[in-house]
Design a protein around this ligand. Structure first.
Ligand code: NZQ
Ligand code: ZN
Length: 392
């Protein structure tokens, strides 16, 4: 194993009607003027935003609102939010919605706390030395942004999607009420389950440092989400399954399932981020479309982990050689994606890039990772292009 840091400062309030405690939590963390940041309107339609503002009104907490964070959230709205916060003297951010609204709120927080151009952080030109305090009311179980150190933003000019990670961006509190996820479209539920599993799989397929305790947590999480994704496919309102998936989403990306290893592979995410930036696809669906091609490209370089995954997560019988078992595990995973109506290639994802566009994505991806990256297998630009081609 490797030495590790595990830092999860987020206070989690989990359960029915917990959004009613939002004012109390904002006060606990010192907020006096709040920016409520949300997405395209689902929180308006569901009545959640009204409930939140009513609660803040009753508690005498001042606030301003800014909606409009789109999936693959845009830098221009982040700039708008930064100006609004400065003008209004905002000292606390409340992200209400999914990963996009939360990530956009984190970016606003970096911009206000650090000054200068916030894109510098995403462009690896500067490191943040602070962030406005942020609380979260989550409406979609998927990205884990409610506990993670990451924020992913798309710069419209050049369609560049980049992540920035810093402990300063970890939310102070996360309100997790599984009932709030019941209005999600089925496609988003399945896409969210895919993303949740992938956050643990990125940490699982590594060539260094794996610990037995971390593997047991990871495999338990993966089996749980796999099972409950199927339950939600057939019964989207199932309370227990909503709760299992929501908590798994937070645990999958707060660092827990990577303790002791070399930091994880993360190349499926990096390859997907180029797709999300260029074609605006749902993040989890994009991951499902890429993963099989990535897995077949790298599995021989990380055979022990793919074999273990096949047996312990996908219930593949231990018959035949290691490669055969590993490949059966990859096929079983793709079969699972299909069973929850997720794509397993770019065509099924609904995008049809030209050879030039594939080359452009590989180039941007290579630049984004600083040339080459990966733990299951280190991938360079040519490898990235090969995987994109294989996923057509
Ligand atoms: O925008 P609204 O109207 O709220 O609608 C959203 C959006 O259309 C809708 N939705 C969310 N909750 C709903 C709901 N509709 C009905 N009922 C509800 N309860 O779902 C759609 C997707 O929302 P979004 O926030 O975009 O989804 P998600 O949480 O999957 O976030 C995706 C973004 O997060 C990034 C992704 O790359 C992508 O940009 N990621 C962030 C990470 C992080 N910060 O740690 C890690 C991830 O790997 C990921 O990269
Ligand atoms: Zn993800």
């Amino acid at each position: 194993m490797f030495d590790f840091k595990y830092f999860t400062p987020t206070k989690v309030i989990f359960g029915k009607d917990t959004e009613g405690r939002v004012a109390e939590l904002i006060k606990e963390f010192g907020g006096t003027k709040v920016l409520i940041h949300y997405g395209g309107g689902s929180v308006v339609r569901s009545g959640l935003l009204k409930r939140v503002t009513d609660t803040l009104d009753a508690a005498g907490i001042a606030y301003v609102t800014l909606g409009g964070a789109v999936p693959n959230p845009h830098l221009s709205l982040v700039y708008e939010g930064i100006e609004l916060c400065k003008k209004e003297g905002v000292d606390f951010l409340l992200g209400v919605g999914g990963g996009s609204a939360i990530d956009s709120a984190k970016a606003i927080g970096y911009g206000v706390a650090n000054g200068g151009d916030v894109w510098d952080f995403y462009d690896r030109k500067r490191t943040a030395t602070g962030c406005l305090p942020l609380g979260v009311i989550l409406t979609i179980a998927a990205t884990g942004s409610e506990m993670s150190d990451s924020s992913v933003i798309t710069k419209e000019e050049g369609l560049i999607k980049r992540g920035y990670s810093s402990d300063y961006g970890r939310p102070k509190f996360a309100i997790l009420n599984p009932d709030l996820t019941k209005t999600m479209p089925d496609y988003q539920t399945a896409s969210g389950c895919t993303d949740i599993m992938m956050h643990t799989m990125e940490r699982y397929f590594t060539n260094g440092g794996n610990m037995e305790i971390t593997d047991a947590l990871a495999e338990g999480l993966l089996r749980t989400v796999k099972k409950n994704a199927i339950i939600l496919r057939d019964d989207p309102q199932n309370d227990a399954a909503r709760a299992e998936v929501m908590w798994a989403g937070s645990l999958s990306h707060n660092g827990l399932t990577g303790c002791g290893n070399d930091g994880g592979d993360w190349m499926t995410h990096k390859l997907e981020h180029e797709l999300g930036g260029l074609y605006d696809v749902a993040h989890g669906a994009g991951l499902a479309a890429i993963w099989g091609s990535w897995a077949r490209y790298v599995y021989k370089d990380c055979l022990h982990r793919f074999r273990r995954f096949a047996v312990n997560v996908m219930d593949v019988e231990e018959r035949g050689g290691d490669e055969e078992i590993a490949l059966c595990g990859i096929e079983a995973m793709e079969e699972f994606y299909r069973s929850i109506h997720m794509p397993t290639n770019l065509r099924e994802l609904g995008v049809n890039p030209t050879e030039e566009e594939l080359a452009l994505m590989a180039k941007k991806c290579a630049i984004g990772v600083g040339g080459a990256m990966g733990s299951a297998k280190v991938l360079n630009e040519q490898d990235m292009l090969n995987i994109y081609r294989a996923s057509m």
